[in-house]
Design a protein around this ligand. Structure first.
Ligand SMILES: [Zn+2]
Length: 69
């Protein structure tokens, strides 16, 4: 454990916020690449997992604590 654990459905904060002003991203796909969706404007981006790990700051909500999402 290195404090940067994440899984599908988690909402994470990135080091840089999206230009729309929101800094909450939901993980909507995980693989060699991670697809995250901005919770503010629903824009989604796909980034290599290694890069995602570098750019994410912390997990805001885990999938388990937000059932029904
Ligand atoms: Zn956005």
């Amino acid at each position: 454990m290195n404090g940067k654990t994440f899984e599908l459905g988690d909402v994470v904060e990135m080091k840089k916020q999206h230009p729309c002003g929101t800094n909450e991203w939901k993980i909507i796909r995980m693989g060699a690449d991670v697809r995250i969706k901005c919770e503010g404007c629903q824009h989604s981006v796909m980034i290599p997992r290694r890069e995602f790990e570098k750019k994410m700051k912390k997990t805001l909500k885990t999938a388990q604590s937000a059932p029904g999402e």
